[in-house]
Design a protein around this ligand. Structure first.
Ligand SMILES: [Zn+2]
Length: 196
């Protein structure tokens, strides 16, 4: 017989009907000790009562509904990185296309800003001759590009829409061509890597 009373984990072992190497002395102690026998009986009562309770299953989606209400504090840089990552495609060629599109879009925005600045300085009337020539050359270049790609009639139609429409079309065309070229190159290098 053991010289001390049982610990609660030892009571649990007896409750679970464990039959391991260390259980026999515990059982011997319970047989000899009224205190521990009483504790074991009590624990058995509680276990039986718990077993008889109706088994409730949460409705489907319970965990999701709870977690939706839990506010998880996320450092701003982690949140920013995650939201950027959500927009980045997984495959390498698509990633290259996305990168090219972002790059060309920023070029397009810069070009538009330059255009607006030139227009503004024209209306103000300072340095009109120089900026006017620059602007005319810019428009003529875009017009030639559009004619080469879309044909003369489409370019004329755009020209009728005004210089802003032409610049917008030219920049969009540039972005599309650049993205396509970038994407094809990435596709080619990816397939080459797969082949080797
Ligand atoms: Zn005891």
């Amino acid at each position: 017989m053991q010289h001390r009373h049982l610990l609660s984990n030892e009571i649990d072992l007896l409750l679970d009907g464990e039959a391991g190497f260390g259980v026999a002395p515990l059982r011997a102690h319970v047989d000899a000790c009224a205190d521990c026998r009483a504790r074991l009986d009590e624990a058995r009562l509680v276990a039986d009562a718990l077993e008889r309770l109706p088994h409730l299953a949460p409705r489907t989606g319970f965990a999701d509904r709870v977690l939706r209400r839990v506010q998880i504090v996320e450092p701003w840089h982690v949140a920013a990185l995650n939201s950027v990552r959500r927009f980045v495609p997984d495959s390498r060629p698509l990633r290259a296309v996305a990168l090219a599109t972002v790059g060309l879009t920023s070029v397009a925005i810069s070009a538009s800003a330059v255009w607006i600045a030139l227009s503004a300085s024209l209306t103000v009337g300072s340095a009109t001759v120089a900026t006017g020539r620059l602007q005319a050359a810019f428009v003529a270049g875009i017009q030639q590009g559009l004619e080469a790609v879309l044909g003369a009639s489409a370019a004329q139609a755009l020209q009728a829409g005004g210089p802003v429409a032409m610049v917008a079309a030219g920049v969009a065309l540039l972005a599309a061509v650049g993205a396509a070229a970038f994407g094809f190159r990435a596709l080619a290098s990816a397939s080459r890597q797969r082949g080797s």
